[in-house]
Design a protein around this ligand. Sequence first.
Ligand SMILES: O=C(O)CCC(=O)C(=O)O
Ligand SMILES: [Fe+2]
Length: 270
Amino acid sequence: MNAAELKNKFDHQGFVVIKNMIEEPLLQDAIEVFNEVERYFEKSSYDPFDDFLMEHRTDQGAMYDLYFRHPEYQKITTHPNLIENLKAIMGPDILLYESALVYKPKGKKNEVPWHQDFMNRTDEPEKFIIWVALDDVTISNGALKFIPGSHKNGFLPWHRVKGETHHTRLNLDGIDLDNFEYGEMKKGDILIFHHLLLHSSDRISSEKPRRAYRFSVQNFEQVFSPRCVPVVLSGGNPSSTYKNATKKSTDKPKWKKAINKIGKKLAAYS
Ligand SMILES: O=C(O)CCC(=O)C(=O)O
Ligand SMILES: [Fe+2]
């Protein structure tokens, strides 16, 4: 599939699967890190990164911010072929938004209800999610289910259910959920999907693990990351991107910026 075909397919369906993207040694390293993290947090709750990063939730099948914690995951995130494919879909300027590893912890309520990613962040630019299969993913161990084309309906209404793992819930009344597809994948395949694509997964009691590394990206329309700092994965040429780049409300107040500017000028002259 060439770049134009890829983009066409993505725009039409809201997702594409690209086979055989991540090489076996990179997958193995990623799995080893997963095992180490799981072993460590079984015995300890001390996390030296907790001032900066999200706490892992092994009870909920989520390890967060792996890009910032583990170079093994940086290698996957910046995989040149992967970035080339992303560029074909979203253009040359790509910011990392967040990264996590999602899996199905055994013996838990591990189903994921129908949702759109970031469905309550309606004031933010669109995101693209890259979902990397670290294991073979089948219906029986927890393949994603999604509804092709559903990203075209925009943000859908949602409500909150207190005390639930997945507390932000889509209002399902009137939504046609019959025409879903399962995303079965081989390890090393990647799925790229639009954040507004409706997706879910079933409750699973399989012995076979289903681990997926997912990270999300956006363009420079808004230079912002919910954690740490925005990381540029591609592009970022000031003359073509900065004039279109707005900032989110984490912006310092104008007076603070003015003082900073004056301070810098004074420092330059001294
Ligand atoms: O882990 C799952 O089955 C669901 C994951 C999901 O919704 C996502 O990665 O956006
Ligand atoms: Fe999701």
